[in-house]
Design a protein around this ligand. Sequence first.
Ligand code: ZN
Length: 155
Amino acid sequence: MSDLRELYQEVILHHAKTPRNYGVLEGANRVADGHNPLCGDRLHLTLLTENGVVKDLRFGGDGCAISTASASIMTDSVKDKPIEEAQAMLASFHAMVSGEEVPENAVELSSKLEVFAGVREFPARVKCAMLAWRTLEAALSQPEGSTDPSSITTE
Ligand code: ZN
């Protein structure tokens, strides 16, 4: 188990140091800002949806290793996926990191998302891991083409 934990830490640190999909997406049609005051993580998410599919997305901002790695892996995971599937992944991811009941629309998570399962043991870090997903949720709740970013703060 400790070897596995080390491996997970390596994956998280790698993504935190060299995040994927970092920046601002030109031509985005949905924008959201996320803030986790508990840790100080801030996230700016820009995404493009077309015909019910997340075509592309980028994230920016400043956060701890877990929130940055989570945003890096989240953006990779939902790219080219139907919005409905992205929302199901969000629900499954939340159940995994919080230990709460698995929702009806749960999907099997990829192994790169499963590296965050260990976060469950650190309740204060659950919000760090969830920030990218909560910000995605806020962006998807907006109408396409909205230029006002919707903002969320983790409770
Ligand atoms: Zn954090």
